[in-house]
Write a protein that binds this ligand. Sequence first.
Ligand code: PLP
Length: 406
Amino acid sequence: MTDIAKLDLTDPFARTRALFALPEDVIYLDGNSLGALPRAVTARMAEVVVREWGEGLIRSWNTHDWIDMPGRVGDRIARLIGAPPATVTVADSTSINLFKVLVTALRQRPERQVILTERGNFPTDAYIAAGVAELLGQGHRLREVEADELETALGPEVAVLMLTEVNYRTGARLDMAGLTRAAHAAGALTVWDLAHSAGAFPVHLLDANADFAVGCGYKYLNGGPGAPAFVYAAPRHLDGLKQPLTGWLGHAAPFSFARTYEPAAGIAAMRVGTPAILAMSALDAALDVFEGVTMVELRAKADRLFDILAAVVHELSPELELATPTDPGKRGTQVSLRHPEAYAVMQALIARGVIGDFREPDILRFGLTPLYVSHAEVQRAGEILVEVVRTRAWDEPRFKRRAKVV
Ligand SMILES: *Cc1c(COP(=O)(O)O)cnc(C)c1O
């Protein structure tokens, strides 16, 4: 038996793998973009649709406690990101939550006008920040610098340091605790985007002293396409928390139908309108797979998977180049590779059942999700990649036609 096969025999995550419905003929390495389907979601959706909605009708807001689901599911996510209970709520999308926390943070630093971020941050983060700056009309501006210039760029004009912990293209990870400390020393607040962190590895929001955080429900948390996102505020910000989207479900007493807005106490103030109960139920059921899982163990397996793929890819150097830092402390749990024809290479891989994705201009991206990906699968994916690159199997017109979603 190979060493890789032995790793799978003793893999504590063979148990969680069985909790997912995955096609037989696919090696799924794109859980960083859209998590796989936990089997429990199918049954839960049927239950919620048929019984809670179909039979319970409007009564289910109370009888099935739909109304408090954002906080309840938020608490389940809190456990995965080092946040205390009652500091996280599920709501809206990551982009919208970013808008809310950015305005909230900027208003706490009225004399400062700069939102500082990393140049390679995810587009929506930069777009939202630029939109907020324009909307406020108070001279705010977005300043983008390279990751290694962030600390020195923290000056007295910086109101908010807004960062994504793990870079979506390279998988490089920023030092959340260190950068938060530097930001606070410079008098700035921090907003962290955990899109590629939550559910991927241990995150310590409270210990890192982060001010605000947002993240996705449909990536490593497996909540389904377009799943609601989450938002965190540090305990010190919860008292009197005010955000700009003053909708009725963020009101202190929505069913008093009062004429004026009064924010709810605590993190509930981050809610806006009626929660998407069906979508949130899917996310809630998906979180069951994290029961009994420690993030440290999860990360340890992700590192083994990384090493397996990195070793295979090493054979293809310099044609394929590793874009992700090899130091485990400096990366998330994806493997990014550069190839001049990355798009076509990925299409050829997908045609062979190995699903990852492509990011402009030359990145092949593979998400490592230990909950449902085995060591043998990653090894096999690496071998198929070697074959595709060596034989130039990607060099066909059909692999170069760009789809709408890449
Ligand atoms: C995936 C991702 C998002 C997605 O935002 P949505 O509002 O859910 O579309 C935001 N930020 C980062 C860093 C991401 O990786």
